[in-house]
Design a protein around this ligand. Structure first.
Ligand code: GLN
Length: 345
């Protein structure tokens, strides 16, 4: 597609969060209002994930000025799982550029489950979507480094820079998934057969399995999300982790694909780019404003945290984050609609 954007400066269009006290209050309210939701089930297809305490629940918002607001179990570690896909994608985009990643991986929703094999077949071997397993494995294969071990270190280091602290591997979760991930190995072999993975497919799955077993907290996810909200600068460490353009591209992909086959419903209800993982984490990004990290292990049938979705929906609405929401230009600034509209329009 030929677009007239090459030499046009990227201007940004974002608002501000309400003041510190209001954000603090709403994070506490998001936790209180959703803690009673006990629907959903803990993932068990990775045996070790079934051991998670289903009652854990943490909520955190990190603003682009570095302010942190946390409630509940926001400091409890869990494996990042599919949320890693968003950040590995950003790192690969940063290394290889917009066009290469768009052409090699794709940016479209498959409309099928995260571990779908048929999605590859239906698209002539094109992985289509970097936020489901096929596209994520193909993305990890593009990671710079030259060897699987070096690629793993680039992934671990890159995700740690997003989080602003060194992230550790959960050896038990890694071993548990490595012993049972036959489906992901099949996906990698299928991609190889279509010429979509140039390196050893099983070695790539091993790097991918490790990236999914990195331990994070809800607070880490909020910092990682806030980095994508802040033009690629980690608001806590001040480090430029990826470029401003990479944040924009990554968030566009998350908006259409971050919640698997429920991405449309998520955008309709919450109106923000987000990414979920099967251990119960969700990261959500409000461009220019901040990141939301939530964690609770009970999942809906698509693999998204039930409480996490509820808490994020509340925050999106209460903090004015939905990127599609607007008010008439002469309406009162609180967004209410009973103002005197007056004036020529
Ligand atoms: N490691 C998991 C897998 O590949 C991640 C899936 C997820 O979080 N949806 O199956």
């Amino acid at each position: 597609m030929e677009l007239d954007t090459q030499d046009v400066e990227q201007r940004v269009s974002t608002g501000a969060l309400p003041g510190w006290d209001a954000v603090e209050e709403h994070v506490a309210a998001a936790y209180e209002r959703s803690r009673g939701a006990t629907g959903g089930v803990v993932a068990d297809y990775i045996p070790e994930l079934a051991a998670a305490d289903p009652d854990l629940f943490g909520v955190c918002v990190v603003e682009t000025d570095g302010a942190v607001h946390a409630a509940g179990d926001a400091a409890v570690p869990f494996s990042i799982q599919s949320i890693s896909k968003a950040f590995v994608y950003a790192l690969v985009c940063d290394a290889l550029g917009h066009e290469v990643v768009r052409d090699r991986i794709g940016v479209n929703n498959t409309g099928l489950a995260f571990n779908s094999v048929i999605a590859i077949e239906l698209n002539d071997g094109h992985p289509m979507n970097p936020m489901v397993n096929a596209g994520a494995i193909a993305t990890t294969a593009l990671m710079p480094g030259g060897s699987p071990e070096a690629q793993w270190h680039v992934v671990q280091d890159g995700l740690s820079r997003f989080a602003g602290r060194p992230l550790e591997l959960d050896e038990v979760v890694y071993a548990s998934e490595a012993a049972t991930n036959h489906r992901n190995r099949a996906i990698a072999r299928l991609l190889e057969s279509y010429g979509r993975v140039d390196v050893d497919p099983l070695a790539v799955v091993d790097v991918y399995t490790r990236q999914c077993a990195l331990l994070v907290t809800a607070e880490d996810l909020a910092v990682m999300g806030a980095t994508l909200a802040d033009g690629g600068v980690n608001p806590v460490t001040g480090e430029q982790v990826v470029s401003q353009e990479v944040c924009r591209d990554t968030l566009a992909v998350l908006a259409s694909t971050g919640l698997y086959e429920r991405s449309g419903e998520w955008l309709f209800e919450i109106g923000l780019p987000g990414k979920s993982g099967v251990a119960g984490g969700i990261v959500t990004v409000a461009p220019g404003k901040g990141g939301i990290g939530v964690f609770s292990p009970r999942l809906d049938p698509a693999g998204n945290s039930v409480r996490g979705q509820r808490a994020t929906a509340y925050l999106s609405r209460a903090l004015g984050l939905n990127i599609f929401a607007s008010a008439a230009h002469d309406a009162p600034p609180d967004g209410s609609t009973d103002g005197d509209r007056g004036g020529a329009r």
